[in-house]
Design a protein around this ligand. Structure first.
Ligand SMILES: [Zn+2]
Length: 824
């Protein structure tokens, strides 16, 4: 995900002192508290003496051009001599042309043209760069006249009062930094598009972003039209602070309130920054923040976020302001106390920890590996499981206490609790312990389904609609007869055996299980979630196939609960919990590879189920379906768009492209790496997996890293372009979108003792430059399939000619599923 804050700089106060000298009435800046700065920035209004009738003003930020052709422009009041915003009403235009074809395609999907070229009638612009001076210089050289329009001023001030707070923290971050990192944000509108944003923020790796908030059927989406690097300034570090260790103490009170303190040791990456951004659930209220010396620090929780940040991260951020900016490499310690409700009761005593892992404050992202030390105190009648290796629990009259410690650095820590029955299994003579914990009763919503008429559920993939994860649905009119409902606890042994199978089968691909133990606990609803050494499995997985059918989970959906979710979450123990991802553009790697390994492992344990083959067919069909607004689902965008694929118009594109196409990408790579005659045909693919896990152990992985890892094991026949390069594959399949559609016309003529089969292979749905190796098979009258050969396509039509002993009944295109393509 795009992150809120990175940082730089060191003599913030000196920088501010220089500015403060211009502004007489305010107190000296080093006497202002962060809260006073924040409030002052929120309170800025348009300066009535600085309003101009303007024409032909221009601002260029990276590749973005803002042209204010004619209208009225007002400057916001200065803060300590520095003007940080303007408001404009009139006629203007914003123009940006991303270089990356994927980004141009993304713009075309939202705006129908592959560039950002929008008229502007109103603009509210905030910045920490030299924009004010740049505009003033143009105004003075054009000898623009001052303007007075009380109605306009009143309207602008209403806009400022509602929008200012979204920018104050970001502006303050630069005001307090030794070296400001320029920020430029334009809230623009026109009649056709309504309100939209254009951001050029040098604190992000992808500095330029354009998008807008959309509401569809009561759901809010933030559609990112485009996001790219401006190219003319260096990329900032991933985060301005890196977590070294977390020490977390948590008490779960009998009413399920969570009270916690977290001590985070952070290393300043660049130094000179005073603002630290952390993620924490909005349901936990920060009560106190201190530094290592016990000084209280100012913090801001869920305030002042841009709309795109809110959409991407939820309002789950805490911003802490340090008293002094640390030097690069210096360690900083923060102690945060917080309290609130993140543990839900799904009814009948089924508890679960919600909030996507934000139950403790942490550095955003999934590539930050740190050590964890967890202490818990909870009502003794409950069982609690957590990430790490536990010490023996202590129990008194009312409370249980426990301590867990990570044995290696991990990206995230989790826990779960309930009124569990537990079963422990040992793998490899005690090497890895698996403990499965489940409640004796069903959560209320699922229990209610046993009394309603069965609802047929179709679908595939990991998210099954129809069972929401935490709603307390209405109880059935008739209360369930006691003892007649299924009990998840009754199946802990079977689920344990299933998890042991998953670990054993996936170890054949991924190597030894990376943690000394695996806790598996039940959560209500339809999703699984994987933490290092801890997996949540949905209640549905704990039901027998007959019980699942009683609540309408039938056919492919049963495969999902019984096999795909458990195996997928086990695969995340390696992919995600041992190797991280660098940004939203790489999240597909862990998801798709975990999905593919799960399918391979299920298939090798139960080949008669053909889950891999059926899944690949299903994914291909989904990708070939028509998309809203033209083209097919596969055309919506590349896997590297990650969460951006899910927009107001394509709500399930993320699932179909990241999981479906992503799984196919790894399948195609495996097929190319296969040595059919070898002792182990998958030896090269397995070597790739092992080297990936070793090279990026406890580190984030990028798309380029993945490409290099494949190049390390590629065969000469995979080099379709230059020697030893997989760029063709990554350009087309990873960074590109769309899938090819093939059809073959041919004639068979007797030649010698056999036949000559010649014809044309037509490739559609992808650019002219698309290349692929397409296997063509002959099917005989008896149904036997024989490989005639591989056709390397170039352009729309490729000729082929094969000599065969018998005349084919028909030709088949890739019947062995080695290539993601559509064909008749
Ligand atoms: Zn996953």
């Amino acid at each position: 995900m795009i992150r809120l804050c990175r940082a730089l700089a060191s003599a913030a106060l000196a920088a501010l002192a220089g500015l403060g000298a211009i502004s007489a009435p305010l107190p000296a800046p080093d006497t202002l508290t962060p809260r006073q700065i924040f409030d002052a920035l929120n309170g800025l209004r348009v300066n009535p003496d600085e309003v101009y009738a303007v024409h032909d003003l221009r601002l260029e930020r990276g590749t973005v051009t803002f042209a204010l052709e004619i209208g009225t422009l007002g400057f916001l009041d200065d803060f300590q001599g520095k003007v940080t915003g303007v408001v404009f009403t009139g006629r203007g235009r914003v123009l940006a042309i991303p270089r990356d074809p994927g980004e141009r395609q993304s713009l075309a999907r939202f705006l129908k043209v592959p560039i950002l070229d929008q008229p502007i009638t109103d603009a509210y612009i905030r910045f920490t760069d030299g924009s004010a001076q740049e505009l003033l210089d143009q105004i003075h050289s054009a000898q623009a006249q001052k303007s007075q329009d009380a109605d306009l001023l009143a309207r602008w001030n209403r806009i400022a009062s509602s929008l200012n707070s979204s920018h104050s923290l970001r502006i303050m971050t630069d005001l307090l930094a030794d070296r400001p990192v320029p920020y430029f944000f334009a809230d623009l509108s026109n009649e056709a598009m309504g309100t939209f944003d254009v951001l050029v923020d040098n604190r992000y790796t992808e500095q330029v972003l354009a998008g807008q908030t959309r509401w569809v059927e009561g759901t809010e989406y933030y559609d990112i039209w485009t996001s790219f690097s401006r190219g003319d300034v260096p990329a900032p570090p991933e985060n301005s602070f890196k977590a070294v260790s977390y020490r977390i103490s948590t008490t779960i009170e009998p009413d399920r309130t969570l009270e916690g303190t977290t001590t985070i040791a952070l290393r300043a990456v660049t130094g000179g920054e005073r603002v630290v951004t952390l993620e924490l659930s909005r349901f936990l209220t920060v009560q106190n923040v201190e530094d290592a010396a016990g000084n209280a620090l100012t913090s801001f929780q869920n305030e002042s976020l841009n709309r795109n940040q809110l959409a991407e991260q939820g309002d789950d951020l805490v911003v802490v302001v340090l008293d002094q900016a640390p030097r690069a490499g210096e360690l900083v310690q923060l102690l945060l106390s917080y309290r609130g409700g993140v543990i839900s009761d799904a009814g009948n005593g089924v508890l679960f920890v919600g909030e996507r892992g934000n139950w403790y404050p942490h550095v955003p992202g999934f590539g930050d590996f740190s050590s964890y030390d967890l202490n818990f105190r909870w009502p003794r009648h409950l069982r609690l499981v957590a990430t790490g290796t536990p010490d023996p629990e202590q129990v008194d009259a009312d409370w249980a206490t426990g301590h867990w410690r990570s044995e290696s650095d991990i990206p995230v820590a989790g826990f779960n609790l309930g009124d569990y029955r537990a079963e422990t299994l040992s793998l490899r003579g005690g090497g890895t312990q698996i403990e499965v914990l489940a409640n004796s009763e069903l959560e209320r919503e699922l229990a209610s389904h046993f009394h309603a008429a069965p609802v047929p559920q179709a679908g595939r993939g990991l998210a099954i609609p129809g069972l929401s994860s935490n709603s307390n649905a209405e109880l059935p009119v008739e209360p369930p007869p006691p003892g007649q409902l299924p009990s998840p606890a009754a199946r802990v042994h079977e689920v344990g055996e299933e998890m042991a199978d998953a670990v054993r089968l996936e170890e054949q691909w991924l190597g030894p299980f990376p943690f000394p133990r695996l806790e598996v606990s039940q959560i209500p609803g339809s999703f699984g979630q994987g933490w290092p050494g801890l997996i949540y499995l949905p209640t549905m997985t704990f039901l027998t196939p007959e019980e699942q059918q009683q609540v309408g989970v039938i056919g492919p959906a049963q495969d999902v609960y019984n096999e795909l979710v458990p195996f997928h979450e086990v695969a995340h123990q390696w992919l995600g919990d041992t190797v991280g991802w660098e940004s939203y553009r790489e999240q597909w790697i862990d998801e798709a590879l975990a999905n593919y390994i799960a399918l391979l492992a299920v298939d090798s344990g139960k080949p008669e189920g053909h889950l891999l083959r059926r899944s690949l067919d299903q994914y291909r069909n989904d990708l070939g379906r028509p998309a809203v607004g033209g083209g097919e689902v596969a055309d919506i965008g590349p896997v590297t768009l990650g969460a951006r694929l899910e927009s107001a118009r394509d709500a399930d594109a993320y699932q179909k492209i990241v999981y479906g196409k992503g799984t196919w990408i790894f399948h195609m790579l495996r097929m190319m790496l296969r040595g059919p005659g070898a002792h182990d045909p998958d030896a090269r693919f397995i070597a790739f997996l092992h080297s990936l896990l070793a090279d990026y152990r406890q580190r984030p992985l990028s798309n380029d890293d993945l490409e290099r890892e494949i190049e390390n094991v590629m065969t000469p026949s995979m080099a379709l372009e230059e020697k030893h390069s997989m760029a063709w594959f990554f350009d087309q399949w990873v960074h590109g979108s769309g899938i090819p559609r093939y059809s073959a016309q041919y004639t068979a003529q007797p030649k010698g003792s056999g036949f000559s089969v010649s014809g044309t292979l037509t490739q559609e749905g992808v650019p002219e430059s698309f290349i692929a190796v397409v296997p063509i098979y002959a099917q005989s009258v008896t149904g036997r399939q024989t490989l005639l050969g591989n056709v390397v396509t170039s352009g729309r039509q490729t000729q082929f000619r094969f000599l065969v002993s018998a005349g084919p009944k028909r030709l088949l295109i890739d019947p062995q599923q080695t290539l993601l393509c559509l064909h008749d």
